[in-house]
Ligand binder design. Structure first.
Ligand SMILES: [Cu+2]
Length: 168
């Protein structure tokens, strides 16, 4: 019995590590930032359109919305984006997410009933026109990631920044 428990305890950290390696990374520490990337959002695309990433590095993204529409900057796997899109549609349906602004009062109200409506994700920003935001992200993952906007229709229009993994 003790032997089995011991083996499980030995395996546990490895299992956790394996899980995180499939995720989209994690919030980075300010002291670990290796570079800062200035991102501009337009209708409906980003500059830059492509970013090269070294595994394990921490990047600070300074994001500014220069478009006339609300846009999202979301670091995730394709599967995560597709899963998030119905939530964004729901925000549109409830008139929280409007074409050029976010109804913060309604958002707060709705999020009491449905947490997804708060749109609080460490890996993403939702910015109104002229708004700025930042994300510090650590790319400690083996997963294929893309940065995308999940405002309904925008992902389908190609509002995606490709993340290219560099081999060490
Ligand atoms: Cu967008």
């Amino acid at each position: 019995m003790y032997k089995i428990l011991f083996v499980i305890l030995l395996l546990l950290p490895n299992l956790c590590l394996a899980a995180s390696m499939k995720g989209n990374g994690e919030v980075g520490k300010p002291e670990e930032i290796s570079r800062t990337i200035n991102v501009k959002m337009y209708d409906n695309y980003y500059e830059p359109k492509e970013i090269k990433i070294k595994k394990g590095e921490t990047i600070k993204f300074l994001v500014e919305n220069l478009g006339e529409l609300v846009h999202e900057y979301n670091i995730a796997t394709k599967e995560m984006h597709l899963k998030h899109q119905p939530e964004m549609q729901k925000m549109v349906d409830h008139e929280i997410l409007l074409v050029d602004r976010i109804d913060k009062v309604k958002m707060k109200e709705m999020s009491k009933k449905d947490h997804a409506m708060a749109h609080k994700h460490a890996n993403s920003l939702l910015l109104e026109p002229k708004q700025k935001g930042q994300i510090i992200w650590k790319f400690n993952t083996d997963a294929d990631l893309e940065i995308a906007c999940n405002v309904p229709g925008h992902y389908q229009l190609g509002m995606i920044t490709k993340l290219i993994k560099l081999d060490e």
